[in-house]
Design a binder for this molecule. Structure first.
Ligand code: IMP
Length: 192
């Protein structure tokens, strides 16, 4: 069965393909001829995930799924959340981290979580799957791996940040793979 993953991000595609196996033929936005910028204006992570999947289903009529992720920091009332990618006004991860650390400078509570929501539209019927990983925001970045806020995110129970882990180690516990595992389990039940 063909399924479109509403992304052109090759890294995400590889990660999802590896977990999904051969039962589904994965198509990217490029593969289905979608050159549009997908809408992400809902104001929530779950809402943006839904908007992207809805767009593909409405315009291309292909069963599909989309993801959206972000970092929720408790002392900042859930910020940067849906604005994680552009928190500092640009996509620059170092600037985003700088702003985050500045906003947290006088806050003793450093607890936070990464969140991913996958929205699956299977023949137009919606299912959402949410994955989270709880952790603490460090005062000083550590590590060079990963991306985004990884250097300041220390998962609870770990002594290394996401940026100090190998991709495999991070993937074994990440919000994205936890949400994805739920979606894969659901999808596998749909195919006899
Ligand atoms: P996206 O929806 O997966 O593109 O994620 C939106 C933004 O959230 C990214 O640009 C990052 O700033 C942040 N983010 C999401 N997942 C991660 C992660 O695994 N590590 C670090 N930052 C992340």
């Amino acid at each position: 069965m063909e399924l479109c993953f509403a992304t052109n991000n090759q890294h995400k595609l590889q990660e999802v393909s590896a977990q999904l196996g051969d039962t589904f033929i994965l198509k990217t936005l490029r593969d289905i001829g979608c050159q549009d910028e997908l809408p992400e204006t809902s104001g929530t992570i779950a809402g943006n995930s839904r908007q992207k999947a809805d767009f593909v289903w409405t315009h291309f009529g292909i069963s599909c799924f989309a993801d959206d992720s972000g970092l929720e920091v408790d002392a900042l009332d859930g910020e940067p959340g849906v604005d994680s990618a552009f928190y500092s006004g640009s996509r620059d991860a170092a600037k985003n981290i700088q702003k985050l650390l500045l906003n947290l400078a006088d806050k003793p509570n450093r607890s936070a979580r990464f969140v991913t929501v996958f929205t699956l539209l299977l023949h137009g019927v919606e299912h959402q799957f949410k994955g989270t990983i709880e952790g603490q925001i460090l005062t000083v970045p550590r590590g060079t791996g990963g991306f985004g806020y990884d250097p300041v995110f220390l998962p609870n129970g770990q002594d290394r940040t996401f940026a100090e882990m190998s991709i495999e180690e991070k993937t074994a516990m990440s919000h994205r793979s936890r949400a994805l595992a739920q979606m894969v389990e659901y999808l596998e039940k749909q195919i006899p």
